[in-house]
Design a protein around this ligand. Structure first.
Ligand SMILES: Nc1ncnc2c1ncn2[C@@H]1O[C@H](COP(=O)(O)OP(=O)(O)OP(=O)(O)O)[C@@H](O)[C@H]1O
Ligand SMILES: [Mg+2]
Length: 352
């Protein structure tokens, strides 16, 4: 969680300093005032990358050589990120250079809810895995070691496939890949069962139209049903050789929650889909706090898109109860009775 934030020369923000509170930080301002850019700055700091551009050059203010984001965490640790056109990206955590982005992610757990998050259901399985794995990364320490090992072995197996190595050499990786993959699958399923329990309660409060609905977990392992991962990998060796990569495994998994036995994407309105995504993030943030006793950060861009006033109010009520530091942007905010919120008005890239 952040207690202080200074952004310089990022998009239209020339210099902005903010002292966010531990609850809800409401960022208000007209179109183009710099609200999303402020969220982008926080995202950059916590993840080392932008949600808007792959090329960080685009985020530097026109005619400037670099942008900078500096912050202090609730544990009084300084974090700083600088991107310079010539010297590139430099990140410092507690006055030392950051070598792996996972160090940052550990220090500043962050979830970003984009304005178009209702598209979550239409996007590929990668996004659903990412969302789930974020929770596991912060809740279940064993997950990270299995996932790192799995990724490494998968890369090596894929390299062997691409280089047309003999089958016996490729299969050297299979047992290890399968054992980590099975462990990942079981941790993911356990996490989803826990998420589902809290999700069905929270979603009913955000979206009372679905109170009493029946939610069930749908999980696809990423390999042939009814077989173990080792059997599936072994059975598809010829196909993998043709493809040049390993098709089956935890990296191909997908999941969803079904409502009254139907897929949300086929049944939900866009607003309901947005509430669905939000509820997932909120539940995982709560679970992360329960296990680390430290608040994570939730960025919610443009709360009013797709949501009517009543549902925005429901979201704000739930956020106020959540042990999470939230940054919410809106052009005009009409929700009243907001607890634990501080308002910041942004105008032409600065605070009004
Ligand atoms: N590299 C840049 N240098 C300077 N200004 C930029 C740069 N990139 C984008 N901008 C401008 O920064 C401004 C802020 O954009 P931002 O997306 O943060 O606005 P916003 O407040 O989120 O607006 P909306 O309500 O429409 O979402 C825009 O006017 C945009 O054109
Ligand atoms: Mg915006």
């Amino acid at each position: 969680m952040l207690t202080q934030l200074t952004v310089s020369n990022l998009r239209n923000i020339t210099e902005l300093t903010l002292e966010p509170i531990s609850g809800i930080n409401l960022i208000l301002g007209d179109n183009g005032s710099g609200k999303t850019s402020l969220l982008e700055a926080i995202h950059l700091l916590a993840m080392g990358r932008s949600f808007r551009t792959r090329s960080l050059k685009n985020a530097i203010q026109f005619d400037q050589p670099q942008f900078q984001v500096i912050a202090r965490t609730s544990a009084d640790i300084p974090v700083g990120l600088q991107y310079n056109k010539n010297s590139g990206l430099k990140i410092r955590l507690n006055s030392a250079p950051v070598k792996r982005l996972s160090e940052l992610a550990m220090q500043l757990p962050l979830q970003f809810v984009p304005a178009n998050c209702h598209q979550f259901f239409e996007q590929g399985p990668r996004y659903r895995r990412q969302l789930l794995d974020w929770g596991l990364f912060h809740v279940e320490p064993r997950f990270n070691s299995h996932w790192q090992a799995y990724k490494k072995i998968l890369q090596q197996r894929n390299a062997a496939l691409r280089k047309h190595k003999p089958i016996s050499e490729i299969q050297l990786w299979d047992a290890h890949l399968a054992s980590h993959g099975e462990a990942i699958t079981s941790l993911r399923k356990q996490q989803l069962e826990k998420v589902l329990k809290q999700f069905s309660v929270l979603f009913a409060r955000l979206c009372p139209e679905y109170r009493g609905a029946d939610f069930t977990l749908k999980y696809r392992n990423g390999w042939l049903k009814g077989s173990t991962l080792e059997q599936a990998i072994s059975a598809s060796i010829e196909r993998d050789k043709q493809l040049g990569y390993t098709r089956s495994g935890s990296h191909a998994a997908d999941w969803s929650f079904k409502i009254n036995d139907a897929d949300p994407v086929e049944m939900f309105s866009r607003g309901q889909q947005k509430l669905f995504f939000l509820a997932l993030c909120m539940v995982q943030a709560k679970m992360a706090e329960d296990s680390n006793h430290d608040r994570s950060i939730l960025l919610l861009d443009d709360i009013s898109s797709e949501l009517d006033l009543k549902h925005q109010q429901n979201v704000m009520n739930e956020l106020a109860q959540l042990p999470v530091q939230t940054f919410v942007t809106a052009t005009n905010f009409e929700v009243s009775n907001i607890e634990k919120a501080e308002m910041f008005h942004v105008e032409r890239g600065g605070l009004r």
